[in-house]
Design a protein around this ligand. Structure first.
Ligand code: BGC
Length: 333
Protein backbone atom coordinates (compact mmCIF):
# COMPACT_ATOMS: atom_id res chain seq x y z
CA UNK A 1 0.00 0.00 0.00
CA UNK A 2 1.47 3.28 -1.03
CA UNK A 3 1.59 6.25 1.37
CA UNK A 4 -1.28 7.94 -0.39
CA UNK A 5 -3.60 4.97 -0.10
CA UNK A 6 -2.63 4.42 3.58
CA UNK A 7 -3.51 8.07 4.24
CA UNK A 8 -6.76 7.77 2.28
CA UNK A 9 -7.66 4.57 4.15
CA UNK A 10 -6.97 6.13 7.59
CA UNK A 11 -8.88 9.29 6.70
CA UNK A 12 -11.81 7.23 5.37
CA UNK A 13 -11.97 5.13 8.56
CA UNK A 14 -11.80 8.22 10.77
CA UNK A 15 -14.47 9.96 8.71
CA UNK A 16 -16.67 6.87 8.97
CA UNK A 17 -16.23 6.68 12.77
CA UNK A 18 -16.92 10.39 13.29
CA UNK A 19 -20.05 10.19 11.08
CA UNK A 20 -21.26 7.17 13.04
CA UNK A 21 -20.76 8.99 16.36
CA UNK A 22 -22.69 12.03 15.08
CA UNK A 23 -25.45 9.81 13.76
CA UNK A 24 -25.68 8.00 17.10
CA UNK A 25 -25.53 11.22 19.12
CA UNK A 26 -28.22 13.05 17.14
CA UNK A 27 -30.31 9.91 16.81
CA UNK A 28 -30.32 9.67 20.59
CA UNK A 29 -31.14 13.38 20.91
CA UNK A 30 -34.10 13.11 18.54
CA UNK A 31 -35.36 10.05 20.33
CA UNK A 32 -35.21 11.62 23.77
CA UNK A 33 -36.29 15.14 22.71
CA UNK A 34 -39.60 16.42 24.14
CA UNK A 35 -41.79 18.88 22.31
CA UNK A 36 -43.02 21.73 24.53
CA UNK A 37 -46.61 20.44 24.30
CA UNK A 38 -45.51 16.97 25.31
CA UNK A 39 -43.61 18.46 28.21
CA UNK A 40 -46.81 20.18 29.44
CA UNK A 41 -48.85 17.03 29.39
CA UNK A 42 -46.00 15.32 31.19
CA UNK A 43 -46.42 17.64 34.16
CA UNK A 44 -48.73 15.65 36.36
CA UNK A 45 -51.54 17.39 38.20
CA UNK A 46 -53.42 15.48 40.83
CA UNK A 47 -56.70 17.29 40.21
CA UNK A 48 -58.37 19.80 37.92
CA UNK A 49 -60.54 22.41 39.70
CA UNK A 50 -62.45 25.44 38.46
CA UNK A 51 -63.04 28.63 40.44
CA UNK A 52 -65.96 30.79 39.24
CA UNK A 53 -65.98 34.38 40.58
CA UNK A 54 -68.77 36.92 40.39
CA UNK A 55 -66.63 39.11 38.14
CA UNK A 56 -63.28 38.12 36.60
CA UNK A 57 -61.37 41.39 36.85
CA UNK A 58 -62.81 42.60 40.11
CA UNK A 59 -59.85 43.34 42.40
CA UNK A 60 -61.55 41.57 45.27
CA UNK A 61 -61.91 38.37 43.23
CA UNK A 62 -58.33 38.64 41.98
CA UNK A 63 -57.31 38.23 45.64
CA UNK A 64 -59.51 35.11 45.94
CA UNK A 65 -57.85 33.84 42.75
CA UNK A 66 -54.37 34.54 44.13
CA UNK A 67 -55.07 32.49 47.25
CA UNK A 68 -56.54 29.68 45.18
CA UNK A 69 -53.59 29.66 42.75
CA UNK A 70 -51.06 29.56 45.60
CA UNK A 71 -52.85 26.59 47.15
CA UNK A 72 -53.14 24.92 43.73
CA UNK A 73 -49.37 25.18 43.30
CA UNK A 74 -48.80 23.73 46.72
CA UNK A 75 -51.14 20.77 46.20
CA UNK A 76 -50.41 20.00 42.53
CA UNK A 77 -53.79 21.16 41.27
CA UNK A 78 -54.57 22.53 37.82
CA UNK A 79 -56.77 25.52 38.67
CA UNK A 80 -58.83 27.42 36.13
CA UNK A 81 -60.26 30.83 37.03
CA UNK A 82 -63.20 31.47 34.68
CA UNK A 83 -66.39 33.48 34.86
CA UNK A 84 -68.26 36.57 33.71
CA UNK A 85 -66.20 39.57 32.66
CA UNK A 86 -68.78 41.74 34.40
CA UNK A 87 -71.17 40.49 37.07
CA UNK A 88 -73.86 38.56 35.20
CA UNK A 89 -75.85 35.77 36.76
CA UNK A 90 -76.64 33.93 33.49
CA UNK A 91 -73.01 33.85 32.42
CA UNK A 92 -72.04 32.75 35.90
CA UNK A 93 -74.44 29.80 35.74
CA UNK A 94 -73.32 28.94 32.20
CA UNK A 95 -69.70 28.81 33.35
CA UNK A 96 -70.59 26.34 36.09
CA UNK A 97 -72.51 24.21 33.55
CA UNK A 98 -69.53 24.19 31.20
CA UNK A 99 -67.09 23.24 33.95
CA UNK A 100 -69.39 20.39 34.96
CA UNK A 101 -69.75 19.24 31.34
CA UNK A 102 -65.98 19.01 31.00
CA UNK A 103 -65.95 16.74 34.05
CA UNK A 104 -63.54 18.65 36.24
CA UNK A 105 -62.70 17.22 39.66
CA UNK A 106 -64.26 20.04 41.64
CA UNK A 107 -65.97 23.43 41.30
CA UNK A 108 -65.61 26.38 43.64
CA UNK A 109 -68.12 29.14 43.07
CA UNK A 110 -70.01 31.97 44.66
CA UNK A 111 -73.47 30.71 45.65
CA UNK A 112 -75.07 33.95 44.60
CA UNK A 113 -78.79 33.31 44.83
CA UNK A 114 -80.60 30.27 46.14
CA UNK A 115 -83.32 30.39 43.51
CA UNK A 116 -80.99 30.18 40.52
CA UNK A 117 -77.95 28.48 41.97
CA UNK A 118 -79.42 25.68 44.07
CA UNK A 119 -80.99 23.62 41.23
CA UNK A 120 -77.76 23.78 39.21
CA UNK A 121 -75.46 23.04 42.15
CA UNK A 122 -77.69 20.10 43.10
CA UNK A 123 -77.50 18.69 39.57
CA UNK A 124 -73.70 19.06 39.43
CA UNK A 125 -73.25 17.39 42.82
CA UNK A 126 -75.67 14.59 41.85
CA UNK A 127 -73.43 13.95 38.82
CA UNK A 128 -70.47 13.34 41.11
CA UNK A 129 -68.70 16.71 40.92
CA UNK A 130 -68.27 18.31 44.36
CA UNK A 131 -69.12 22.00 44.72
CA UNK A 132 -67.76 24.30 47.40
CA UNK A 133 -69.27 27.78 47.70
CA UNK A 134 -66.89 30.67 48.29
CA UNK A 135 -67.61 34.19 49.57
CA UNK A 136 -71.39 33.71 49.28
CA UNK A 137 -73.20 30.60 50.40
CA UNK A 138 -76.06 28.87 48.68
CA UNK A 139 -77.17 27.38 51.96
CA UNK A 140 -80.21 25.58 50.62
CA UNK A 141 -78.28 23.71 47.95
CA UNK A 142 -76.42 20.41 48.26
CA UNK A 143 -73.04 22.14 48.05
CA UNK A 144 -70.50 20.19 50.05
CA UNK A 145 -69.13 23.13 52.01
CA UNK A 146 -68.94 26.92 52.25
CA UNK A 147 -65.88 29.05 52.97
CA UNK A 148 -66.17 32.81 53.43
CA UNK A 149 -67.43 35.61 55.59
CA UNK A 150 -70.32 35.19 57.99
CA UNK A 151 -72.24 37.77 55.99
CA UNK A 152 -74.97 38.47 58.54
CA UNK A 153 -72.37 39.01 61.24
CA UNK A 154 -70.31 41.29 58.98
CA UNK A 155 -73.34 43.53 58.37
CA UNK A 156 -74.01 43.52 62.11
CA UNK A 157 -70.41 44.65 62.74
CA UNK A 158 -70.90 47.53 60.29
CA UNK A 159 -74.07 48.63 62.13
CA UNK A 160 -72.27 48.54 65.48
CA UNK A 161 -69.37 50.55 64.01
CA UNK A 162 -71.81 53.22 62.80
CA UNK A 163 -73.29 53.45 66.31
CA UNK A 164 -69.83 53.62 67.86
CA UNK A 165 -68.46 56.26 65.47
CA UNK A 166 -71.37 58.72 65.32
CA UNK A 167 -73.39 60.95 67.61
CA UNK A 168 -76.83 62.52 67.24
CA UNK A 169 -79.41 61.98 64.56
CA UNK A 170 -78.18 59.76 61.73
CA UNK A 171 -80.04 59.30 58.44
CA UNK A 172 -78.30 56.48 56.67
CA UNK A 173 -78.63 55.32 53.07
CA UNK A 174 -77.58 51.81 52.08
CA UNK A 175 -76.10 51.01 48.67
CA UNK A 176 -75.92 47.27 48.17
CA UNK A 177 -74.36 45.17 45.38
CA UNK A 178 -77.57 43.38 44.39
CA UNK A 179 -80.99 42.97 45.91
CA UNK A 180 -81.07 39.26 44.98
CA UNK A 181 -77.61 38.16 46.17
CA UNK A 182 -77.58 36.03 49.31
CA UNK A 183 -74.59 37.70 50.92
CA UNK A 184 -75.79 41.24 50.20
CA UNK A 185 -79.19 40.41 51.70
CA UNK A 186 -77.49 39.01 54.82
CA UNK A 187 -75.23 42.05 55.20
CA UNK A 188 -78.18 44.45 55.03
CA UNK A 189 -80.13 42.26 57.44
CA UNK A 190 -77.29 42.18 59.98
CA UNK A 191 -76.86 45.94 59.70
CA UNK A 192 -80.58 46.58 60.23
CA UNK A 193 -80.58 44.31 63.25
CA UNK A 194 -77.59 46.11 64.80
CA UNK A 195 -79.12 49.59 64.52
CA UNK A 196 -82.71 48.52 65.19
CA UNK A 197 -82.82 49.62 68.80
CA UNK A 198 -80.86 52.81 68.28
CA UNK A 199 -83.54 55.50 68.13
CA UNK A 200 -81.23 58.14 66.62
CA UNK A 201 -80.41 56.02 63.55
CA UNK A 202 -82.86 55.91 60.64
CA UNK A 203 -82.42 53.99 57.40
CA UNK A 204 -83.91 56.32 54.80
CA UNK A 205 -83.07 54.61 51.49
CA UNK A 206 -81.70 51.34 50.07
CA UNK A 207 -80.46 51.14 46.47
CA UNK A 208 -78.46 48.62 44.42
CA UNK A 209 -75.24 49.24 42.49
CA UNK A 210 -75.16 46.01 40.46
CA UNK A 211 -71.50 45.58 41.47
CA UNK A 212 -70.45 48.75 39.64
CA UNK A 213 -68.70 51.72 41.19
CA UNK A 214 -70.23 54.02 38.53
CA UNK A 215 -73.73 52.90 39.42
CA UNK A 216 -72.90 53.19 43.13
CA UNK A 217 -71.85 56.79 42.45
CA UNK A 218 -75.03 57.47 40.43
CA UNK A 219 -77.16 56.06 43.23
CA UNK A 220 -75.30 58.09 45.87
CA UNK A 221 -75.80 61.22 43.80
CA UNK A 222 -79.54 60.56 43.40
CA UNK A 223 -79.93 59.78 47.11
CA UNK A 224 -78.29 63.06 48.06
CA UNK A 225 -80.64 64.88 45.67
CA UNK A 226 -83.77 63.15 46.98
CA UNK A 227 -82.75 62.95 50.64
CA UNK A 228 -80.65 65.98 51.56
CA UNK A 229 -80.98 64.87 55.18
CA UNK A 230 -78.69 61.85 54.56
CA UNK A 231 -75.56 62.12 56.67
CA UNK A 232 -74.30 58.52 56.50
CA UNK A 233 -73.86 55.78 53.90
CA UNK A 234 -73.31 52.06 54.17
CA UNK A 235 -71.87 50.36 51.06
CA UNK A 236 -72.24 46.59 51.25
CA UNK A 237 -69.94 45.37 48.46
CA UNK A 238 -66.35 46.22 47.55
CA UNK A 239 -67.03 48.96 44.99
CA UNK A 240 -69.97 50.69 46.67
CA UNK A 241 -68.16 52.84 49.22
CA UNK A 242 -65.66 53.86 46.51
CA UNK A 243 -68.52 55.12 44.29
CA UNK A 244 -70.16 56.88 47.25
CA UNK A 245 -66.85 58.46 48.33
CA UNK A 246 -66.28 59.88 44.84
CA UNK A 247 -69.61 61.72 45.00
CA UNK A 248 -69.17 62.88 48.58
CA UNK A 249 -65.71 64.23 47.75
CA UNK A 250 -66.99 65.92 44.60
CA UNK A 251 -69.71 67.63 46.63
CA UNK A 252 -67.14 68.53 49.31
CA UNK A 253 -69.29 66.90 51.95
CA UNK A 254 -66.65 64.69 53.52
CA UNK A 255 -66.89 66.53 56.85
CA UNK A 256 -70.66 66.09 57.04
CA UNK A 257 -71.17 62.55 55.80
CA UNK A 258 -70.02 59.33 57.46
CA UNK A 259 -69.23 56.41 55.12
CA UNK A 260 -68.72 52.79 56.06
CA UNK A 261 -67.96 50.29 53.33
CA UNK A 262 -66.73 46.79 52.63
CA UNK A 263 -63.30 45.41 51.83
CA UNK A 264 -59.82 46.81 51.72
CA UNK A 265 -59.19 47.55 48.06
CA UNK A 266 -56.41 50.11 47.45
CA UNK A 267 -58.91 52.88 46.57
CA UNK A 268 -60.90 52.24 49.72
CA UNK A 269 -57.78 52.52 51.86
CA UNK A 270 -56.77 55.71 50.10
CA UNK A 271 -60.20 57.21 50.84
CA UNK A 272 -59.87 56.13 54.47
CA UNK A 273 -56.49 57.80 54.68
CA UNK A 274 -58.00 60.97 53.19
CA UNK A 275 -60.83 60.87 55.74
CA UNK A 276 -63.61 60.44 53.16
CA UNK A 277 -64.43 56.85 54.17
CA UNK A 278 -64.40 56.40 57.95
CA UNK A 279 -64.49 52.61 58.27
CA UNK A 280 -64.63 49.41 56.27
CA UNK A 281 -65.41 45.77 56.96
CA UNK A 282 -62.24 43.84 56.16
CA UNK A 283 -62.83 40.39 54.67
CA UNK A 284 -60.21 37.73 53.88
CA UNK A 285 -60.52 36.99 50.15
CA UNK A 286 -57.03 35.44 49.86
CA UNK A 287 -57.80 32.99 52.69
CA UNK A 288 -61.13 32.11 51.06
CA UNK A 289 -59.40 31.18 47.80
CA UNK A 290 -56.57 29.29 49.48
CA UNK A 291 -58.88 27.48 51.87
CA UNK A 292 -61.34 26.47 49.15
CA UNK A 293 -58.64 24.61 47.21
CA UNK A 294 -57.27 23.03 50.36
CA UNK A 295 -60.75 21.84 51.36
CA UNK A 296 -61.45 20.47 47.89
CA UNK A 297 -58.16 18.52 47.93
CA UNK A 298 -59.00 17.07 51.35
CA UNK A 299 -62.41 16.10 50.07
CA UNK A 300 -60.89 14.32 47.07
CA UNK A 301 -58.61 12.48 49.49
CA UNK A 302 -61.72 11.33 51.32
CA UNK A 303 -60.94 13.35 54.41
CA UNK A 304 -63.76 14.84 56.43
CA UNK A 305 -64.17 18.59 55.91
CA UNK A 306 -66.35 21.04 57.87
CA UNK A 307 -69.48 22.13 56.03
CA UNK A 308 -68.99 25.79 56.98
CA UNK A 309 -65.71 27.67 57.44
CA UNK A 310 -66.10 31.33 58.36
CA UNK A 311 -63.08 33.45 57.54
CA UNK A 312 -62.55 36.42 59.82
CA UNK A 313 -64.01 39.90 59.46
CA UNK A 314 -63.12 43.05 61.33
CA UNK A 315 -63.70 46.78 61.22
CA UNK A 316 -60.82 48.79 59.85
CA UNK A 317 -60.43 52.53 60.47
CA UNK A 318 -57.57 54.90 59.67
CA UNK A 319 -55.70 53.94 62.85
CA UNK A 320 -55.72 50.28 61.79
CA UNK A 321 -54.03 50.89 58.44
CA UNK A 322 -50.47 49.70 57.94
CA UNK A 323 -47.78 52.34 58.48
CA UNK A 324 -47.26 52.73 54.69
CA UNK A 325 -50.75 54.21 54.42
CA UNK A 326 -50.03 56.75 57.11
CA UNK A 327 -46.76 57.75 55.54
CA UNK A 328 -48.49 58.61 52.26
CA UNK A 329 -47.54 55.59 50.17
CA UNK A 330 -50.20 54.58 47.68
CA UNK A 331 -51.61 51.13 48.16
CA UNK A 332 -50.91 48.36 45.70
CA UNK A 333 -47.46 49.71 44.77
C1 BGC B 1 -68.21 40.70 47.97
C2 BGC B 1 -68.08 40.00 46.65
C3 BGC B 1 -68.39 40.94 45.51
C4 BGC B 1 -67.51 42.16 45.60
C5 BGC B 1 -67.95 43.13 44.53
C6 BGC B 1 -67.36 41.94 48.00
O1 BGC B 1 -67.62 42.63 49.17
O2 BGC B 1 -67.85 39.87 49.03
O3 BGC B 1 -69.00 38.95 46.58
O4 BGC B 1 -68.22 40.31 44.28
O5 BGC B 1 -67.66 42.75 46.88
O6 BGC B 1 -67.09 44.14 44.30
Amino acid sequence: MGRLSTWAYTFGTLFFLVSCSFALFYGYKIYTHKLPAEKNTDEKYHYHFVLVPEELDNEYWRLVEKGAKDAAKQYGVLLEYVGPKQANIDEHLKTIEMAAASKVDGIMTQGLSDKQFSPLIDRVVANGIPVITVDTDSEKSNRIAYIGTDNYHSGYLAGKALIHDTKGNINVAIITGNFYANHQIQRVKGFREAVKKEKRIHIVATEESQISRIRAAEKAYQILQNHPEVNAFFGTSALDAIGIANVVELKKKQNDIYIIGFDTLPETLTFIRKGVIQATVAQQPYEMGYGSVQMMVELKERKKIPSVVHTSTSIMRVEDLPVSHLSGMEEGQ
